[in-house]
Write a new protein. Structure first.
Lengths: 304, 309, 406
């Protein structure tokens, strides 16, 4: 409770006490948006944390070994992730549903495996990022978040956004209407990789160390949880999901040993009682057709 | 590089390869047992039950608590732990899956609730068992080993292998030949048609989760026995991920496939370790998975299924 | 044993005893009475470091209760807020920031793991708050840390592996004269990979051959060690070395014994807790490590600690628990803060100033602790006797020898 009391009575004190947490909220919101991009186009891909790692390592290596200033290093990291996403996406996006999800998890594991075997990355010991600066990172993080959220929001009305929506609603119909499904899916995948790669660079600027253990399976699962719990029918949902669930452990600090337990219970309640996610409000139904696509690709509905 | 490697490999005695092969098979037993429960639920519900790793952990932890804290004989502790894991499976369906099924919620929601349940169980274990790593006392299982031609075989690994294969055989018979087994297959094929045939779909799904979770609990106990490692975290990361790899390669929902793929993964890991060195082992398992998926989108043993909606 | 030092230790002990017995009438300290000295502990109660954190919590609790029951610090009560960093770097940094900015602590104990230290220490440094690491044994943690702002506020009372491992190896070589060794280490953990580097160097320095393919590396999340052990044993090593955390060392020992290995086993700081000795059981017997602590050390400071610990903590069957190195170092960390606070002329109103005074006072601390006579080096590091301990095969330890570091 102290958490909220301070938030409202002493916002400056709250900010200085929780600056790292707030920054982490921003990073997680960016990652969740990167997943939203692909979810929004009807794909469950879990490569985000792998791309995040690529962005983080490239930007830190640039910062440590060259005179490239931070924001540029971050963008180069993001672009590197984007470039990598093309050869990965071409074969993998032929898969769908659970197979796509698992293949992209496999990609994330391979990235970690590569980091562990390339001496320049510091291998298992990670890289100490002496260029890190939490105080300035927070500005870049939220600047970036605003830009990404705005662009994604504006994209909805464009040809690209409409193509994604059509693919999400009904892939076969979209194809029939002359939409190049494979191409638009690849665009979503690559764009998601860019956002995740930039988030990696920002995250590395916030933390004094980057290490392969930061980019494990559990982290990408966490991002998926943010997206689903927040609701991914619009841009706001992922941001709210990341905000609420990243702060929850801190809010629940008073519960000490039982934090994770309460965290789990809250999560179940959200999914059971807020079908459209935290941001979506409590309006059952209404997703009908759209949600039907979220079944894994198998014959027949599982409901009796 | 390759030359040096080949020289090294040639320098090893044949017993070394035999021993490594056995290692792969013994590790494969746990992968197979874990994955069978995973794949069973996927076959029927089309959902990935990420709470399966927590049930795996609960089995190992509960058996130790019953044995060490309550002083029960070990066999009874094991039976009780497996029974409770089965009950957990039922509770899991009741709390995390059935309400969503009723509503026709997307499967991704069930994935999240299963993650939440895992979080709860790990937290319970941390609080009631402790975050440290323990083992079953050496006295509870055969720990003798015999040496045959330079190869060491321990009784426990043989026992685990036999239990795994025996259980899989029993499970196959149950699924194919018994009434509840046929109901499970009918629901897996098409729930609506099954309901029309008079099958109680909810009860069948609950039964599937009970069987799957009981198997998961047993897998946890056998893992605890063979790896000497019982902690709130044993099901996470590696076991969970490898389980995923196994059910994909085995063809989602295929029990035989999961068993074969479980042993295959055990062997692939050993081959990677022996030929490429210890540092690439984890990466290799997933590189193989990645390739397998791209080349055989329905898994090696899967029925050919429509890949797209 | 340095005989002449004994007298000096006695003097310190009696001084400490007098101070601890509540001489709250000390003139400079009247401003302390009724106040609370707030500290935070940022340690790993769950996750990979969960094998160690709970003992640290116990050690802290024993020290706090003992000090407060004996009149506190010049009359001020000591309070330590213990928070779990879940063995996660980011959580560790966040907990540190919250302690400093919100909790208004004057000093922090932690983190448990070297991995987390690299994330949390720069935060404390930038916010100018003393942070004392009780169990981080990796390299470049204090003194020669690579952070931009340096690490003038960072201390540790844990003996670095750079001292412990070479002494352990040297002693083992003198006893068993091994020719070849194999090394197991987790390659995605700072503590473990630092330890591996030190092991390689120490083995080379002592003339033990470590073949390139005798090095087995794995993830700290690895579950199955059968094939690693088979490969390692195929090199017919005379000694087996392990640098890893948590449950892994015990699993490797058990597997190696199962596969017929009968030779000696050397480990790092990961072995210095009862949890690991218990897990290894009979198969762990003889596994030895360099430690900063021996529970049977015959000093009055240690006896006070052991008795208080045994009185407070019981195992499942109700028998008193013995403290291990991890608990002793956490206990000592509280004693160090208490002693520094006593001499720091704290204002209890200007937190920033108090943190600076505390930092300065810590550099001058000289106390008798369960770890021995304790004061920081100019690098804020530890220079102390190394105990070579081994698992007794029954969940406990035996002491083999001790090495004085001059």
């Amino acid at each position: 409770m102290d958490f909220f009391i301070q938030l409202f009575t002493d916002p400056l004190g709250f900010y200085s006490a929780h600056q790292l947490l707030i920054s982490q909220v921003g990073i997680n919101a960016l990652l969740t948006l990167s997943m939203y991009i692909t979810l929004n186009c009807g794909m469950l891909t879990l490569a985000n944390v792998g791309f995040m790692a690529v962005g983080a390592y490239i930007s830190v290596l640039l910062g440590l070994n060259t005179s490239v200033p931070f924001p540029a290093a971050m963008l180069i990291g993001g672009l590197a992730a984007t470039l990598l996403a093309v050869p990965i996406g071409l074969p993998v996006l032929r898969l769908s549903g659970i197979f796509l999800a698992i293949a992209t998890i496999g990609f994330g594991q391979v990235v970690v495996g590569v980091i562990l075997n390339v001496p320049a990355t510091g291998e298992g010991q990670g890289l100490i990022n002496i260029e890190a600066s939490p105080a300035t990172a927070i500005n870049y993080i939220f600047g970036g978040l605003v830009v990404v959220a705005f662009v994604l929001w504006r994209l909805r009305g464009t040809r690209l956004g409409q193509a994604w929506a059509a693919i999400r609603e009904d892939e076969v119909a979209a194809e029939a209407h002359g939409i190049n499904v494979a191409r638009y899916r690849l665009i979503a995948f690559v764009l998601g990789a860019f956002v995740a790669g930039c988030a990696g660079g920002l995250d590395a600027h916030l933390n004094f160390i980057i290490a392969p253990s930061e980019y494990q399976f559990t982290r990408v699962v966490g991002v998926l949880v943010f997206a689903v719990a927040g609701g991914f029918t619009n841009v706001v949902g992922p941001i709210i999901g990341a905000t609420v669930l990243t702060s929850l452990p801190e809010i629940l600090r008073f519960a000490r040993d039982y934090r994770d337990l309460i965290n789990g219970v809250v999560l179940i309640l959200v999914i059971l009682f807020l079908p459209r996610g935290i941001a979506g409000g409590r309006r059952p139904g209404g997703r009908g057709r759209l949600m039907a696509l979220w079944r894994w690709p198998r014959s027949g509905p599982a409901t009796s | 590089m390759t030359g040096r490697l080949l020289t090294q490999l040639a320098a090893q005695a044949p017993s070394f390869y035999l021993q490594q092969g056995l290692n792969g098979i013994f590790s494969g037993s746990v992968y197979a047992l874990f994955a069978v429960g995973y794949t069973l639920v996927f076959g029927v519900l089309d959902i990935l039950n990420l709470a399966h790793s927590a049930v795996f952990m609960a089995g190992a932890v509960l058996a130790l608590i019953f044995f060490a804290n309550f002083g029960l004989p070990f066999w009874l502790a094991v039976v009780l732990a497996i029974a409770i894991c089965g009950a957990i499976g039922y509770g899991l369906d009741l709390v995390a899956f059935r309400p969503l099924r009723r509503r026709g919620a997307p499967h991704i929601s069930s994935l999240i609730t299963s993650i939440a349940v895992a979080l709860i169980f790990v937290s319970l274990a941390e609080n009631n068992f402790g975050a440290n790593s323990q083992r079953y006392p050496a006295s509870v299982a055969p720990d003798a080993s015999f040496h045959v031609g330079g190869v060491v075989i321990d009784q426990l690994s043989i026992l685990i292998l036999l239990v795994t294969l025996g259980l899989m055989a029993v499970l196959a018979v149950v699924i194919r030949r018994t009434r509840p087994g046929r109901a499970i297959r009918a629901v897996a094929e098409n729930p609506r048609a099954a309901a029309l045939m008079g099958i109680n779909v909810d009860r069948t799904i609950a039964l599937t989760l009970v069987i799957s979770s009981a198997l998961g609990g047993l897998a946890g106990i056998l893992y605890g026995l063979s790896a000497h490692d019982i902690s709130p975290y044993i099901g996470r990361d590696q076991v969970e991920l490898k389980g995923l790899a196994v059910i994909v390669v085995g063809g989602m929902g295929s029990i035989t496939g999961a068993v074969v793929a479980g042993y295959l993964l055990g062997l692939i890991e050993v081959v990677a370790l022996v030929t490429l060195g210890s540092n690439v082992r984890t990466g290799v398992a997933f590189a193989v998975l990645f390739l397998a998926l791209v080349l055989f989108p329905s898994g090696l043993f899967g029925r050919r299924r429509e890949r797209r909606t | 044993m340095h005989r002449p030092a004994f007298g000096a230790i006695l003097v310190v002990i009696s001084a400490l005893a007098v101070a601890a017995c509540g001489s709250s009438s000390s003139s400079s300290s009247s401003s302390y009475s009724g106040k609370t000295i707030k500290l935070g502990a940022d340690i790993s109660l769950t996750g990979g470091g969960g094998v160690y954190g709970p003992q640290q919590k116990n050690g802290i609790q024993v020290a706090v209760d003992m000090i407060n029951a004996n009149g506190g610090v010049n009359g001020a009560q000591l309070s330590v807020d213990v928070q779990d960093d879940k063995s996660d770097q980011q959580t560790s940094a966040q907990v540190t920031q919250t302690f400093i900015q919100q909790g208004q602590v004057v000093g922090i104990i932690g983190p448990t793991l070297s991995n987390s230290a690299v994330a949390a220490h720069p935060v404390a440094q930038s916010l100018k708050t003393p942070m004392l690491a009780p169990s981080t044994t990796g390299q470049h943690i204090v003194g020669d840390c690579p952070y931009k702002d340096g690490c003038t506020y960072i201390f540790r009372d844990s003996l670095g592996e750079a001292t412990a491992i070479p002494n352990n190896v040297k002693y083992a070589v003198s006893q068993i004269h091994p020719k070849t060794a194999v090394l197991f280490y987790a390659n995605d953990d700072k503590f473990s990979s630092d330890g591996a580097v030190i092991f390689k160097q120490a083995l080379a320095d002592n003339g033990v051959n470590l073949p390139a393919d005798g090095v087995q590396q794995f993830s700290k999340n690895e579950t199955d060690f059968k094939s690693y052990v088979t490969t390692a044993l195929s090199k017919t090593p005379d000694v087996l070395t392990i640098s890893s955390l948590g449950g892994i060392p015990a699993k490797i020992m058990i597997e190696a014994r199962k596969q017929g290995y009968t030779g000696p086993i050397l480990g790092g700081n990961g072995l210095n807790t009862y949890q690991v000795s218990q897990q290894a059981g009979a198969q762990g017997k003889g596994a030895q490590s360099g430690s900063a602590y021996w529970v049977g050390a015959d000093t009055s400071a240690n006896k006070t600690f052991v008795d208080a610990y045994k009185a407070k903590f019981k195992d499942q069957s109700g028998n008193p628990q013995l403290p291990d190195q991890i608990a002793a170092q956490a206990y000592t960390a509280v004693l160090i803060y208490a002693e520094a606070a006593k001499n720091a002329n704290l204002t209890f109103s200007d937190t920033a100033k108090d943190r600076d005074s505390l930092r300065a006072a810590m550099e001058k601390v000289s106390i008798d602790s369960p770890l021995g006579q304790f004061s920081f080096t100019s690098q804020h590091d530890v220079k102390q006797k190394v105990w070579i301990n081994a698992f007794d095969g029954n969940g406990g330890f035996v002491n083999l020898t001790s090495v004085d570091i001059s």
